[in-house]
Design a protein around this ligand. Structure first.
Ligand code: DGJ
Length: 691
């Protein structure tokens, strides 16, 4: 009998190989070495569940893999052929002895207790095989009272809506569709606690994330036994994949991380991992951005933008981002019905092009950023008139429009060249741009491409995502000096795979700060604040000081018509920028401590890695219903003394910063700061500095 442990930081899987050579899972969770040592010797391996059951191997449970082989056989039997361990990487090679198919289950242990997992299927048959479904991971979790937290309100503007629910017998499926902006519907992240709801600072919890920019599927199959089979992978709906002889199919990667002390420690480790391994330049501070979209929509001209650039500089913000509507040629982009695909500056709107804007930004010491949506086309455009066959579609149908636009078929090499060329050209023709917002504003429909054979059209869903990733990779490689934001109608592409080519994501088009506190809170369980763009807008009509405080707890920016601000509001914005410059290293690089779970109130803190500095944010969202309790940030030095300064952005000039006295770290971490707020939509910020 072979036994195998695959772990990161001591957390992971324990496997056994039984007498028939089948891979069995004997454990999954923290402290896996000790767990494997405690396995009762008298229990034969064959009594443990299969680790990666193929269709018909475990007939009463959902399979991890379902294949139709080239001879029509619909069942698969997998036996361990080889186990290779090289450094942090483990590959378990499984083969079907009757229908030649190789299935390699791979793991990579990474820093901070993160374990990556994926599966590679190689067709060794003489004809094509069809993969109906193949999980990237499908562990079995022993759980007496499992509770799942998943994220997403099902549509645009409700991203990151958190739902925690007990898993009852049956299968709970959390999936996403739409191909191009699937995570609008459901974010590819979850938390799973074996005993009751996940807590912030106590109890066991597992976090899972599928690093995939396409459709995803998590299925939690609870049976009568106290176990949950957790199926994670790309969504197989309509996406059966045909693999040719000798070819391989690689699933997306599933990311795992565990904690025995609640979600907080898990988030702090995961944030470090994301900054170091899953995003670009994760150790660098992000600029304070002013975006024009919420302020102007498509209605702007050079004068209006110059005014916004001046406001950007006057505020002390660092980058002006020109959003949708700057291009269009013969089909001006005056609204969303026309112009996508025609990436020349609209000279009627912006005489002299972007040059005057970029020059003004440069003179005022502000960087210049630009919005693009390179994968899309309006039928009302010169591009579509010239290349009507460049769009995603099926031979017999007219492709459906969504937001008046169609999706370019990036599987066609000419189209892929065009999309990359858009970015190259725009940057070459408009020197001085150093930031791009890459947007995508419709889902895929009519999935199909002439590049795929008639019997391969279902490969489209996966191939389209891969082709889009290749474009993102090419753009990131060709333009390493550009800061890149990923946006898809809001948070439609927020995943740990796509992020590797981007510096930050737009979390949602919902910028009402009350909703945003909840969204940012949910996302903060997985994503560090430096990748979460958050802008102050008028949405929800909340006080500007409250909106600023909320946005300052992530990657800060504005999307405001500054001309419409009162003098007091402008003062608040200036103060906020000044304070953010001071606390930015804490927010963007510090460790997060979530202190009050958003209900009527919410609070969180960021603490520097050396424990010398911290910033605490408190938000009163609705009418206060009770005392949210003292705010006790962790990670401080118990024996050091901290100078506490309370900041009320809305206060008059003399009350903005209040000396909160000096306190020992131990006192701050046990007795904490008292809750100061009672009015809805108010905020307080404290800065703590060890002296
Ligand atoms: C959707 C984005 O989320 C918005 O921020 C904005 O860029 C619009 N698209 C522009 O069309």
């Amino acid at each position: 009998m072979t036994s195998l442990v695959v772990s990161s930081g001591g957390d992971g899987y324990g496997f056994l190989v039984d007498e028939q050579g089948r891979l069995r899972q004997a454990g999954f969770g923290p402290g896996i070495d000790a767990h494997m040592e405690r396995l009762p010797a008298r229990v034969p391996p064959a009594l443990y569940p299969l680790a990666f059951p193929a269709y018909d191997e475990e007939p009463t449970r959902a399979p991890s893999l379902r294949v139709t082989h080239s001879d029509g056989t619909t069942t698969t039997r997998l036996r361990v052929e080889d186990i290779r361990v090289v450094g942090p990487r483990t590959d378990v090679l499984l083969v079907d002895p009757d229908c030649p198919l190789e299935v390699t289950v791979s793991f990579k242990a990474e820093d901070h207790g993160v374990l990556r997992q994926w599966v590679t299927v190689t067709n060794r048959q003489s004809g094509p095989v069809t993969l109906h479904e193949v999980a990237a991971a499908s562990p079995l979790l022993a759980a007496a009272s499992p509770h799942l937290t998943h994220f997403g309100g099902g549509d645009w503007s409700a991203e990151w809506t958190a739902t925690t629910e007990p898993l009852t017998p049956g299968t709970k499926v959390v999936d996403s569709r739409g191909g191009v902006q699937p995570h609008l519907r459901s974010c590819p992240f979850f938390l799973l606690a074996a005993e009751g709801s996940p807590e912030e600072s106590s109890g066991g919890v597992l976090a899972g994330a599928l690093a995939w920019g396409g459709n995803t599927r998590f299925a939690f199959e609870r049976t009568g036994t106290p176990t949950v089979r957790v199926w994670c992978g790309h969504n197989p709906a309509g996406a059966e994949y045909v693999v040719d002889p000798g070819a391989t199919f690689v699933t997306p990667e599933q990311i795992w991380i565990w904690s025995t002390e609640g979600v907080g420690p898990l988030s702090r480790r995961l944030h470090r991992w994301v900054r170091e391994h899953a995003t670009r330049d994760g150790d660098q501070l992000r600029p304070i951005v002013v975006n024009n979209w919420e302020a102007t929509s498509f209605s702007f001209d050079t004068e209006r933008l110059l005014g916004l650039i001046d406001h950007t500089a006057d505020l002390g913000a660092e980058l002006f981002l020109l959003d949708d509507g700057w291009f269009g040629g013969t089909h001006p982009r005056d609204d969303d019905t026309a112009g996508l695909g025609d990436w020349q500056v609209d000279e009627a709107k912006l005489p002299g092009g972007l040059g005057p804007l970029i020059r003004r930004a440069d003179e005022r010491g502000v960087r210049f950023g630009l919005w693009v949506e390179p994968e899309m086309v309006n039928p009302s455009s010169a591009l579509h008139a010239e290349h009507p066959d460049w769009v995603v579609g099926q031979p017999t149908r007219r492709p459906r429009r969504w937001r008046h636009q169609l999706v370019l078929d990036v599987l066609q090499p000419d189209v892929a060249d065009f999309v990359c060329g858009v970015v190259d050209r725009v940057l070459a023709e408009n020197p001085g741009i150093s930031y791009l917002k890459w947007d995508a504003n419709r889902p895929l429909t009519d999935p199909g491409s002439p590049t795929l054979g008639a019997d391969r059209q279902a490969n489209f869903w996966v191939d389209h995502t891969r082709a889009t990733w290749r474009l993102m990779e090419t753009v990131a490689e060709r333009h390493p000096e550009q800061t890149l934001m990923l946006c898809a109608s809001g948070g439609g592409r927020v995943d740990l795979g796509s992020l590797r080519w981007f510096h930050e994501v737009w979390l949602s088009d919902n910028t009402d700060p009350v909703d945003r506190v909840r969204m940012q809170w949910a996302a903060s369980q997985f994503l560090p604040a430096n990748v979460v763009a958050a802008h102050v807008t008028r949405e929800g009509d909340r006080p500007i000081a409250f909106g600023c405080a909320v946005a300052m707890s992530a990657r800060f920016g504005f999307d405001l018509d500054f001309a419409g601000l009162t003098d007091d509001e402008r003062t608040v914005c200036r103060r906020a920028v000044e304070l953010y410059r001071q606390i930015r290293p804490l927010v963007q690089q510090g460790d997060v401590w979530r202190l009050v779970h958003p209900g009527a109130s919410a609070a969180l803190a960021y603490v520097s890695a050396d424990g010398d500095q911290a910033v605490v944010f408190a938000f009163q969202l609705t009418t206060r219903t009770g005392d949210p309790g003292p705010l006790r940030p962790g990670g401080l030095h118990p024996d050091r003394t901290y100078q506490v300064v309370a900041v009320d952005l809305a206060g008059g000039s003399d009350t903005t910063r209040t000396d909160g006295g000096r306190q020992r770290g131990a006192v701050l971490m046990t007795e904490g700061l008292g809750w100061p707020l009672s009015e809805p939509c108010t905020a307080r910020i404290w800065v703590l500095q060890s002296v």
